[in-house]
Design a protein. Structure first.
Length: 118
């Protein structure tokens, strides 16, 4: 069951932001604290920057973290898939089963019949 949306107020860089959300308020507070931290780091890198510039720099840093995490996740999935394929091949060899590449395709035999065909 979906929770009803409620108003959660967070403080980022001295500004209060009311946020309508169905997320847990503690989670939203954690998100705001993370953004606050990133804004602080961006402000130290660009001390003369205005709030908008600092927010954009923080957003770019957060996007960079996200893209790197996504790429790492994709690489891990590809590695796991390759390892699973290799384990499957080794298991087939151990069991004396032919590998899919060694099984000839019989193009004369239909793979599936449609309804009503004989």
């Amino acid at each position: 069951m979906e929770q009803p949306a409620r108003l959660v107020t967070v403080d980022i860089s001295g500004q209060r932001y009311p946020i309508r959300t169905q997320l847990d308020s503690a989670y939203v507070a954690d998100l705001a604290a993370y953004v606050e931290q990133k804004m602080g780091l961006a402000a130290r890198e660009s001390p003369a920057g205005d709030t908008l510039k600092i927010a954009v720099l923080a957003a770019l840093n957060i996007a960079d973290e996200y893209f790197r995490a996504r790429d790492d996740s994709d690489a891990q999935k590809a590695d796991l898939s390759a390892r699973a394929g290799e384990l499957e091949r080794m298991l087939d060899l151990a069991l004396g089963l032919p590998s899919p590449a060694d099984v000839p395709l019989d193009l004369e035999t239909p793979l599936a019949r449609t309804a009503g065909s004989h």
